[in-house]
Design a binder for this molecule. Structure first.
Ligand code: NCD
Length: 331
């Protein structure tokens, strides 16, 4: 694996390998000294053009626990706000000799473009409404751990049903999850008001429903999505209250769930809109497990991209010709 741009690029074996390695990485969380030497001397840059709490900080923690040097650059407070182009920003950062660039950008496809401009490994930390592969991986990690509590032999999600509910139109989390969950064999049901179902959804390998109450009793996992008001220009639903009545995971709806079903949400949550406090804080809510799993997953992904024996050997004795990190000359 050279870059991580899309969940759709990963086959079943690669996903299982990342999940298994994450189980080992997760052990570090329980140690008094949370440090492995694996990425000593490697440099990871988090380049974030959109707001983030958990994704940015968990990449930072993951890098630091693996002993990499981690630098954070956010658009606010950088030369991006002076009008610098994406290409110039990416080339500038790469020219400082970074090994991995973790990029979040409002434009779908920005991480792919960045990967074509530089030699460093590129990780997509969310691009527009397109993909957010490490979120789907951490969701799969969390779901698999939940399923293993009942059956420790669970490897993938064959025979399981995941309902993804809410603002699918604007959700990169939904897109990455569909790819990953389907590769792992799960059945996926997308539930949303017709206005929040993206055009072309009939070509996705999923079932689509607009009636949440009819779906809840069939799901092993209910994944609620945030209503992304910052990406909405028009009226996608009449009022927040009406959205909650039809599509919110309210206290009353919890009764419709199977007893062993679990609740996920990528965060940040709009409590009281798409998810009630009763659901978010329920015993079967995995929301904080998702956050904890996010660090383990990002440690595995960084390790897989940067920690290979060849990479480390190359890095230990850099050839003079490797001094430049860009493929094309910077003019
Ligand atoms: C998501 C994102 O930014 O795509 N959050 C996250 O990374 N945990 C989902 C969202 O913003 O609703």
């Amino acid at each position: 694996m050279r870059h991580l741009l899309s969940a759709a690029d990963l086959d079943r074996q690669e996903i299982i390998e990342i999940l298994d390695l994450s189980e080992e990485m997760a052990q570090v969380l329980h140690r008094p000294i949370k440090k492995l030497p694996a990425l000593r001397g490697r440099t990871v840059v988090n380049l974030f053009f959109e707001d983030s709490t958990r994704t940015r900080s968990s990449f930072e923690i993951a890098g630091k626990w693996l002993s990499a040097d981690v630098i954070n650059i956010s658009a606010k407070g950088s030369s991006v706000s002076k009008g610098e182009s994406l290409r110039d920003t990416v080339l500038t950062v790469a020219a400082m000799g970074v090994d991995a660039l973790v990029i979040r950008h409002q434009a779908s496809g920005a991480p792919l473009q960045a990967s074509q401009w530089i030699d460093a490994h590129v990780i997509n930390a969310g691009d527009g409404t397109h993909e957010h592969p490490t979120q789907a991986l951490l969701d799969a990690f969390t779901i698999r751990r939940h399923l293993r509590r009942h059956d420790p032999t669970v490897e993938d999600f064959a025979g399981k049903t995941v309902a993804i509910v809410g603002d699918i139109t604007h959700s990169r989390v939904a897109r990455s999850n569909v790819a990953l969950l389907r590769t792992l064999g799960a059945d996926v049901i997308m539930v949303a008001p017709p206005t929040l179902l993206p055009s072309g959804i009939e070509t996705w390998p999923v079932e689509v429903d607009t009636d949440l109450d009819a779906v809840l009793g069939r799901a092993d996992i209910v994944m609620m999505l945030r209503v992304q008001r910052e990406r909405m220009s028009g009226g996608y639903f009449p009022t927040p209250r009406e959205y909650t009545v039809s599509y919110g995971l309210t206290r009353d709806r919890l009764r419709l769930l199977k007893p062993e079903a679990a609740i996920c949400h990528p965060g940040p949550m709009n409590r009281g809109l798409e998810i009630s406090a009763d659901a978010a804080d329920a015993a079967n809510s995995l929301i904080l497990d998702q956050v904890a799993g996010g660090v383990a997953i990002r440690m595995s992904v960084l390790y897989q991209l940067l920690g290979g024996a060849d990479e480390v050997a190359d890095h230990a004795v850099p050839a003079p010709a490797e001094a430049t990190t860009t493929k094309e000359p910077v003019r």
